[in-house]
Ligand binder design. Structure first.
Ligand SMILES: [Zn+2]
Length: 411
């Protein structure tokens, strides 16, 4: 009711003046006074009262009981808003008297809030503090976005990430004078210079390659190789806690390592035998008394007989031009080009056994010629179907190939 009393006094003064200055108007003045008193009495009786609507920055923002209440609200604004001379940012309001119910008058805090909400120069902002020192202040939404972008910038898709700053970073929300805030570029510079710790729990499936076991068998020729158990790779699921600073891994601790699929190891059987000839066959072969077809120390076996490829000979690797000898006396029944054999010599020995020498570079005998054991019949080469200089040596009995190894003492 603080404003009502001056209003009444104003009315009484006005009425008195009217009576004093113009007796003609006295009645009207007295009538006016009575009317005002009646209005006031009626206001008081109905619980209504006179107040002021505050027109601020183009809109009606509050209803105050007095202009003083508005000034009190400005003081409150100055306390709520950080900055120099906050009061000067508050615009000049326009008051219009009104009659309201007592409840419709805003309290001072509400008025202060309304002033803040409607003053363009006052904004909600966030202060960033690093180790308790203010490093930047900016509009709340922008700061939130920049902070969140920085914190998430080292996340990766491999697991669930949580991020924090290396240093102690705190945020304080408040109201500030817009022109006293830092620019976006400057805040971005500050935020992006802060180190980020990213912690991640990462689960990865790792392929575990199968191992290969070699089983040797004397029941197969050297060169024989067969996979008897097919290898299957396994899968391990590894969970790790990874700590990164600015995306660089600082530590990686394995939390669990679980076998999802156990690997199946491969088994490969390899032959070690140089011949599969029986003891009797070997004895027979030795008794043929063949000499070795190449000079001592000039050769190496590169393939044995029946090594899984259906190879019906022994291959002896030697330098191009190495002498090839007749393994026993006999008659040359073939000496010339022979398809895949390339340049090839076949000798028939006295008991009907034939020996064949293939891939020669040069032939040194003619068909029909009688040759002696140890005589040079050709020179090593790589003609025909051949991948390197070698002698392909066959022994044929009754038109069938037999293992040459025991005949030239390779068993
Ligand atoms: Zn061969």
């Amino acid at each position: 009711m603080g404003d009502v009393i001056p209003l009444i006094i104003d009315c009484i003064k006005s009425a008195a003046s009217t009576i004093k200055n113009s007796s003609d108007r006295a009645k009207k003045g007295i009538f006016a006074l009575v009317a005002v008193v009646a209005i006031l009495a009626s206001l008081s009786f109905t619980g209504t009262r006179i107040a002021y609507k505050v027109d601020y920055s183009g809109s009606n923002i509050a209803t105050v009981s007095s202009k003083k209440q508005f000034n009190d609200a400005i003081e409150l604004v100055a306390q709520m808003v950080e900055g120099d001379d906050v009061a000067s940012t508050v615009e000049e309001p326009r008051f219009s008297a009104t009659v309201v119910l007592g409840d419709d008058i805003n309290n001072t805090q509400e008025v202060a809030n309304a002033i803040i909400d409607n003053t363009d120069e006052i904004v909600a902002a966030t202060v960033i503090k690093v180790d308790d020192s203010v490093v930047a202040r900016g509009e709340k939404e922008m700061v939130d976005t920049l902070i969140s972008t920085r914190l998430n910038s080292f996340n990766c898709n491999e697991g669930v990430c949580t991020s924090r700053f290396v240093r102690d970073v705190k945020y304080e929300d408040g109201y500030f004078i817009k022109s006293e805030l830092d620019t976006k570029a400057s805040i971005e510079g500050v935020v992006n210079s802060l180190g980020v710790v990213t912690e991640m729990r990462k689960t990865t499936d790792i392929i575990v390659p199968y191992k290969s076991t070699i089983e040797k068998t004397n029941e197969q020729i050297v060169g024989y190789s067969k996979v008897t158990v097919t290898g299957v790779s396994g899968v391990n699921r590894v969970t790790q806690d990874v700590v990164m600073v600015n995306g660089e891994v600082q530590s990686c601790v394995e939390i669990s390592n679980e076998v999802v699929v156990a690997p199946v190891n491969e088994v490969v059987v390899k032959g070690t035998a140089r011949t599969l000839a029986s003891a009797k066959q070997k004895q027979q072969a030795h008794s043929a008394g063949f000499a070795f077809p190449l000079p001592s120390g000039s050769w190496q076996v590169s393939a044995y007989y029946g090594d899984g490829r259906g190879h019906k000979a022994v291959d002896l690797r030697a330098k191009s031009g190495t002498s090839i000898f007749a393994v026993a006396d006999g008659t040359v029944i073939q000496s010339g080009w022979n398809g895949n054999y390339g340049y090839c010599v076949t000798i028939e020995h006295d008991d009907g056994t034939r020996t064949l020498y293939a891939h020669a570079r040069q032939l040194c005998c003619n068909v029909g010629e009688r040759v002696s054991q140890g005589e040079v019949i050709a020179l090593v080469g790589t003609t025909g179907q051949s991948t390197g200089n070698h002698l392909h040596f066959e022994v044929i009995i009754n038109g069938r190939n037999v293992d040459p190894a025991p005949y030239i003492n390779l068993d």
